[in-house]
Design a protein around this ligand. Structure first.
Ligand SMILES: Cc1cc2nc3c(=O)[nH]c(=O)nc-3n(C[C@H](O)[C@H](O)[C@H](O)COP(=O)(O)O)c2cc1C
Length: 184
């Protein structure tokens, strides 16, 4: 099972970075598979620590994933790291093994600490739609233009019909991002 998270890391100077990352849960460890070109990958190599934020705030996914925004945060309890203020719960972890391909690293991590901030009250369809649209936006070069346009119309309808203002704003940001890159 792959669980979508907002993953935070620190660079060598201690500057926080937030990015959506899917985590693979195994029985005794967690795998994170960042592309080598990402800041998350560079930071995991240099510091060996990260925080997986399990968050229901899809606007935050879009802000950090597409616009590079440093989300509001507070210090992690057991590692040098940052926890997203708006998260429901989080896991502080350290890297125990690194593998991967030329394109994509694979870090096996162990969880050192779990924290909870607020109840996760469930996802509505607009949450899924924004997450799927944001994934599309991060794969512009790999997706056919016509398929992209069709999917965006579909996700946009769901976001508008079922979302609150936050999801509608998040979808609009994804839409603007794709349009600016001339892919729609
Ligand atoms: C829901 C979601 C899941 C993602 N999962 C991954 C992932 O597992 N690995 C990866 O390299 N990029 C993933 N991405 C894309 C990165 O978040 C995106 O490239 C981001 O800009 C990387 O930021 P960074 O360079 O600050 O690390 C995902 C994007 C979304 C929206």
């Amino acid at each position: 099972m792959i669980v979508e998270t907002i993953f935070s890391t620190l660079d060598e100077e201690g500057r926080p970075n937030f990015a959506p990352m899917g985590l693979l849960f195994n029985d005794d460890s967690i795998l994170i598979r960042p592309y080598r070109k990402t800041q998350t990958c560079r930071n995991l190599f240099s510091t060996g620590h990260g925080v997986a934020n399990l968050a229901d705030d899809v606007l935050a996914y879009v802000q950090c994933g597409l616009y590079g925004i440093v989300l509001p945060h507070f210090p992690a309890a057991t590692i040098p790291g940052s926890v997203f203020d708006g998260t429901c719960s989080w896991m502080e972890m350290s890297v125990i093994e690194e593998k991967g391909t030329a394109e994509r690293a694979e870090f096996r991590c162990q969880v050192l600490h779990r924290g909870e901030r607020k109840e996760f009250t469930g996802f509505c369809r607009a949450h899924y739609a924004v997450i799927e649209a944001a994934i599309l936006a991060t794969r512009l070069d790999l997706t056919d233009r016509k398929i992209m346009a069709e999917k965006l119309i579909h996700y946009g309808e769901i976001a508008r019909k079922t979302g609150s203002d936050a999801e509608k704003q998040a979808f609009q940001l994804v839409h603007d991002y794709i349009r600016k890159r001339g892919k729609e």
